[in-house]
Design a protein around this ligand. Structure first.
Ligand SMILES: [Zn+2]
Ligand SMILES: [Zn+2]
Length: 137
């Protein structure tokens, strides 16, 4: 097994990938000199691993909605940061997605099941019923 391969796009080494994205597949042999993110994620989001980590760092390593601290590429757990993109961009358009930011898995899932009209109506409904946001979750 070649020691400590380096991705030719993001220039992360195997060891750095383990450090920043411990649950990540890293460098499957069939990907050659590309890490798993640059092989799969870059075509989807237009961001290589380094750019994705920079995006997350620009958000203080926190989910942009609930402020939970997240790491990228950690599977489906709550603390797994997800690259959020605008609906209708990316897949099927032949162009990279319009990336909006990094969200935790839960917020990303909730957001994708929702829309702004529904969210506004839900807030109005809760306010009408005197919901106390600080204690509701
Ligand atoms: Zn890479
Ligand atoms: Zn969140």
């Amino acid at each position: 097994m070649p020691a400590n391969r380096i991705c030719k796009v993001c220039e992360f080494s195997e060891e750095e990938v383990k450090e920043y994205c411990p649950e990540d597949k890293g460098f499957p042999v069939s990907y050659g000199d590309l890490c798993s993110v640059c092989k799969n994620g870059r075509p989807r989001y237009g961001l290589n691993r380094r750019e994705q980590l920079e995006l997350l760092a620009s958000q203080d390593n926190k989910c942009k909605i609930c402020k939970t601290e997240v790491k990228l590429h950690q599977g489906r757990g709550k603390v797994s940061g997800q690259i959020d993109h605008a609906p209708g961009t990316g897949a099927g358009t032949g162009k990279p997605a319009d990336v909006r930011g990094v969200l935790c898995f839960t917020c990303n899932k909730n957001l994708s099941d929702s829309n702004i009209t529904w969210l506004k109506a839900a807030v109005k409904y809760l306010e009408e019923h005197g919901e106390d946001y600080a204690s509701s979750r």
